[in-house]
Design a protein. Sequence first.
Length: 438
Amino acid sequence: MTDERFVPQKIGINGLGRIGKLSVWYHVERQYFSEIVINIGRHVGTSLEDVAHFIEKDSTYGSLHTFLYGCRAKRVIEEINDKEGTMKINGVKVRVLREHRNPAQIGWSNYNVDLVVDCTGSFLDPTVPHDDPKGSIRGHIASGAKKVILSAPFKIKDKSKPMPDDAITTVEGINDAFYDPHKHVLISSASCTTTCLAYMMKPLIDYFGIQRILSASMATVHAQTSSQPVLDRPPKAGATDLRKNRAVANNIILTTTGAARALGLVIPEMKNVGFIAESVRVPITTGSLIILVVLIQDESFTKPVTREVINNIYKEAVHHFPEGYLVYSEEQNVSSDIIGTPKAAAIIEGHETHTRTAAVRFDIDQIVRALGTAPINADSSIDAEALKKALEPLSNGKHGVLKIPVTQAVIYGWYDNELGSYTNLLGDKTVNIAKTLN
């Protein structure tokens, strides 16, 4: 991060939900953009003062001025002009638009906004045309923006359609180098869970190589989100997951996550690894945890992959990513400890890393018999005849079992799914992409 401040460039933020609001916090703290244009798309409260009140106070992170300057700080929102729809926050001019919810009707060009971050969660399909009556992420381009960053994973409803060439999913510090400013117009920042997962998997892949990663599974113990109801409600027509309608405050709720699919977009090698991803929602406001289980093919029984090996991989990897994005800790954290700071994609809980090494057994006699009757496929990546000859000396009744060492590693990674992890990396991405527009 450089010392650049108040460059003559504006940023548009569409939507003022959790990520939209906290993106405002990020940008008024960093002070890179000279102006922030927020589109709410509707009138809120009785005046712009009510919007300022909403931005200033947060039930999870406290007040904005305390977040910026500590317990002795004073209010940093000033010069509120309801008629003009403007205010100043920590010295940054902020303009609030309250008329249009359809991206194509916002008129970003009227405010000289070239880069928009869409935080509504409503326009996820990059194949929908800009003039769709229900709105589209491409509507921002028709409205005058040059680039759009989506604060969520892309979701193409028509599965027969491929991902458009001008759309890409990136996680800062992982695959952001694949962003082409001359080609990509729509950029997804994936999800908070995918971001954390990428920082947990990439060091393992870099160390062992993808060939030795036999399989992986993860479960995220995830904080509640605003899509969940406070009280039980009836499901919508056609809804198949009835748990999404149950009260968030007093339930542990099993749900789904698209982290496995999105991880394949960010780290393409993962498409060759069997991967299972599950999610459990718990009644806390933020602070989530990934429990990652990885099956690694070991090199020997005498020197297996140990807990120390895994932890050292992460200790070393900390220095290979942008500063602060990956944190290694042995402090025995609980979820509230990682809220807000450190601003990390993943915080590895080294104290809880576990490994177990066991033997995967193969009956060589059975393999040889199977190869003897199997047709030789010219397109096969395995030379069945050569493999049979290599195994036949071992198939003598005394050494008929081949043992291969395999280590199962369990790794815990914390992430603040709102401000500390996801919004921090999203904000960095926004600034970095803005620099490509100069």
